[in-house]
Design a binder for this molecule. Structure first.
Ligand SMILES: Nc1ncnc2c1ncn2[C@@H]1O[C@H](COP(=O)(O)OP(=O)(O)OP(=O)(O)O)[C@@H](O)[C@H]1O
Ligand SMILES: [Mg+2]
Length: 284
């Protein structure tokens, strides 16, 4: 299980995040980015956060430490924003905390280089978990102490929002054309050689063990151990079906994606705007 901490103070909402994560202090003297159980699509988002982050960690990819945070409704009283206060109150109880990385910089696609080995591993990992939320528009990566950190995996494992359709997700190609790292010359074959063999049933069982039972049984269906088995089975099937998605991923990495960011200056410029500005003056 993840470490359990108790929130002692609500600091501020992080308004960059659509789900309004909150910054909180806790009784272990840590500061956490708290993802609310009552936000948006509910606790499945928190399940995806844990499964993906702990899988990433097990594969040697950098992710902030995770905890569960017990939050008392009373902590909301000082929050002036009514929407945030209500979200906090509805989330009373157990929530997800990510270790806050003070001073972390948002990754900027095009400006920040990532070496081909790491870029390949992140791309491979995102294809495995079906992460639609690591685009150059919304990279969900931070630089902290000079090192890349992966965050925000709530939009991965989308199959768990509709299990009857999960089989179709096993072989679904991964669209990497707008991925934030696709222009970093990602070495996908090397990533596959290094990581595929490490994704085993015991490893996935250990990852799923980190998810609190109450979040797995939130929809009142099967017992927690059966739900854990479904996630493990789905991810192992996705891994075994690499013939269906790996060649496309290798090809996307080789061409560098749709080239939207590094197209020739003026390529998308409407004629009525006149000739493009001189090289070096254009926006990225
Ligand atoms: N562990 C962390 N340390 C420091 N800053 C963080 C951390 N986690 C998130 N942030 C900051 O908060 C922002 C929002 O976080 P995150 O992307 O996880 O939230 P979200 O609500 O899921 O966002 P989205 O709008 O992308 O769905 C990030 O872009 C980043 O700037
Ligand atoms: Mg985000």
């Amino acid at each position: 299980m993840l470490p359990v901490v108790t929130a002692t103070r609500y600091v501020t909402p992080l308004r960059e995040g659509g789900s309004l994560p909150g910054l909180m202090e806790a009784d272990d003297l840590g500061t956490y980015v708290v993802k609310w159980r009552a936000a948006g699509q509910g606790v499945k988002v928190l399940v995806a956060e844990i499964v993906c982050a702990e899988l990433a960690r097990a594969l040697g990819l950098p992710v902030p430490a995770l905890v569960t945070v017990d939050v008392a409704a009373e902590l909301a009283v000082g929050e002036p924003d009514h929407e945030v206060q209500e979200l906090l109150q509805r989330s009373a109880g157990r929530n997800l905390g990510l270790d806050y990385l003070p001073g972390a910089l948002d990754f900027e696609a095009g400006a920040d280089g990532v070496d081909p080995e790491l870029a390949g591993r992140v791309l491979w990992f995102d294809a495995l978990i079906g992460n639609v939320d690591r685009s150059w528009r919304n990279p969900n990566m931070l630089f902290w102490h000079g090192r890349l950190q992966l965050i925000d995996h709530g939009a991965a494992l989308t199959f768990h929002h509709h299990w009857p359709g999960a089989e179709a997700a096993v072989t679904r190609p991964y669209d990497a054309s707008a991925h934030a790292l696709v222009e970093c010359a990602p070495d996908v074959p090397a990533a596959d050689a290094a990581l595929a063999g490490r994704v085993t049933r015991p490893l996935l069982d250990g990852v799923l063990e980190q998810v609190p039972d109450e979040w797995l049984t939130d929809d009142g269906g099967e017992p927690a151990h059966a739900v854990r088995n479904r996630y493990t089975g789905q991810l192992l099937a996705r891994l075994a079906a690499r013939d269906a998605w790996l060649p496309g991923l290798v090809a996307a990495a080789a061409t560098g994606g749709a080239g939207r960011r590094r197209g020739p200056v003026g390529a998308n410029r409407p004629g009525w705007l006149g000739p493009p500005p001189p090289e070096g003056m254009s926006q990225r």
